[in-house]
Design a protein around this ligand. Structure first.
Ligand code: ADP
Ligand code: MG
Ligand code: MG
Length: 328
C-alpha cells in the first residue's frame, strides 16, 4: 500500500520511526499538540514492542514462549487482549490464521536464514507443536500457558495491525481530526478525512514489483487497510518459491495462486490477521469468508494478474495498472 498525492496546502507534521522491524510513519494534520502526540506514540511503540515482538528476546511473548510446557506466565493486559483476540481470529478462520504457528515458522526460517524445505518428519513434529488449542488463557489471572514444550506464539501476522489500532485509539482519544498511520506500508489507518474533508486515496501495491507501482487505488475515510503478500520474504529451492505465509494444516507455505490480499474495514488488527488467513484460505473460500462479514471488503491478486474484489468495492476500487484485469 502506498499513499497517493501530496498536498502542499496542508503540510502535516510527519515522523518516521524504525521500530517493530519496520518503518512506521505518522502524519498529523492541523494538530496543535503534534509534538506531544508523537512522543506518546514513540513510548507506546516501545511498550508494545517490549510485549509482543518475538525478535526482541526480552519481550513478554518470548517469556511466555520460554515457559512452554512448564508454566503459565502472567502478562500485561494489552498482551493478554491481543492473544485473546488472536484466538478468536483463529477460531473464526478455522485455523487459517494461527497464532500458535511459531514452531513451524522457526523450522522453515523463511527470511531468517532458511534455504531449503525441512525434512518431512520435522514438519510433522512442528505441526503437532503448532496447535492453537494448546494455548491456554486464564482471564482472571491474565496469564497464558503453552501446553507443550517447544511451542511458541507468533504474533507476526497481527502485531502491526494491533499497534496501529492502539495508535489510532490514542489519537482519537486526543481528538486529533486528521491523521495517517502507516506501519511498513502494509497497514494504513486513517483518522478522519484529509484536511478539507476529501477522502484519502490509498494505492494498492503491485505484488510483482516490490515497493514499485500500484495496481489501483481505493478511497478511504476514517478507516483501515491492510495488505499481506507472498512476495516479500521467501527462498527459492528447486525452482519453487517458498514464502513466509504457512498453512498450519499442511505445515508448508501456501501455493494456491494468490499473490496478495488486501482488506479494508474493521480494526487494523483484524485486517492484519485476516489478510494472512485469506491467503491461506485461497481465492474461493477467502472471498466467501469476507463476503459474510459486513464490515470488511477484500482485494485478491492472483499469479495470472487478475484482481478479485468483494461486492462492496464495486465502483470504489479504481484499477490503474494496465497489466492487470479486474475479474468479474
Ligand atoms: P507481514 O509480514 O507482511 O506483516 P503477515 O501479516 O501475513 O505479513 O504476517 C506474516 C508472518 O506471520 C510470518 O512471517 C509468520 O511469522 C507469521 N505467520 C505465517 N503464517 C501464519 C499463519 N497461517 N497464521 C498466523 N501467522 C502466520
Ligand atoms: Mg497479517
Ligand atoms: Mg502483517
Amino acid at each position: 500500500i502506498s499513499q497517493m498525492k501530496k498536498d502542499p496546502e496542508n503540510l502535516p507534521v510527519t515522523k518516521t520511526f524504525l521500530k517493530f522491524d519496520t518503518v512506521i510513519t505518522i502524519k498529523l494534520f492541523g494538530d496543535k499538540d503534534a509534538d506531544k502526540h508523537l512522543q506518546e506514540i514513540d513510548q507506546l511503540l516501545d511498550r508494545i514492542d517490549g510485549q509482543i515482538n518475538m525478535y526482541n528476546m526480552q519481550s513478554v511473548i518470548n517469556q511466555v514462549n520460554a515457559s512452554a510446557g512448564k508454566k503459565a506466565v502472567t502478562v500485561p493486559d494489552e498482551t493478554f487482549r491481543l492473544v485473546k483476540k488472536s484466538m478468536e481470529y483463529a477460531h473464526d478462520t478455522e485455523g487459517a490464521f494461527n497464532p500458535a504457528i511459531g514452531a513451524l515458522v522457526k523450522l522453515w526460517g523463511i527470511g531468517n536464514g532458511g534455504e531449503h524445505p525441512p525434512a518431512e518428519h520435522l514438519i510433522e513434529q512442528a505441526k503437532s507443536l503448532s496447535q492453537y488449542s494448546d494455548i491456554e488463557l486464564n482471564e482472571n489471572k491474565s496469564s497464558i500457558k503453552l501446553v507443550k514444550s517447544g511451542m511458541s506464539i507468533d504474533l507476526g501476522a497481527i502485531g502491526k495491525g494491533y499497534a496501529a489500532d492502539l495508535i489510532a485509539d490514542y489519537l482519537r482519544g486526543e481528538k486529533v481530526e486528521s491523521a495517517l498511520i502507516d506501519l511498513g506500508g502494509s497497514s494504513i489507518t486513517t483518522i478522519g478525512s484529509k484536511p478539507g474533508g476529501a477522502d484519502w486515496h490509498i494505492g494498492i501495491q503491485e505484488p510483482d514489483q516490490l515497493r514499485g507501482e500500484d495496481i489501483g487505488t481505493i478511497p478511504l475515510k476514517n478507516n483501515t487497510i491492510s495488505t499481506s503478500g507472498v512476495y516479500e520474504r521467501y527462498f527459492v529451492f528447486d525452482g519453487i518459491r517458498y514464502h513466509h505465509i504457512l498453512d498450519s494444516k499442511t505445515g508448508v507455505p501456501t501455493r494456491n495462486g494468490i499473490l496478495s490480499v488486501t482488506i479494508i474495514g474493521g480494526t487494523a488488527a483484524a485486517g492484519d490477521a485476516l489478510t494472512t488467513a485469506a491467503i491461506v484460505k485461497g481465492l474461493k473460500e477467502g472471498i466467501s469468508y469476507l463476503e459474510k462479514k459486513t464490515d470488511t471488503e477484500g482485494i485478491f491478486i492472483t499469479e495470472d494478474k487478475k484482481i478479485y474484489i468483494t461486492s462492496g468495492l464495486h465502483g470504489k476500487f479504481k484499477l490503474t495498472n494496465p497489466n492487470y484485469t479486474l475479474a468479474t
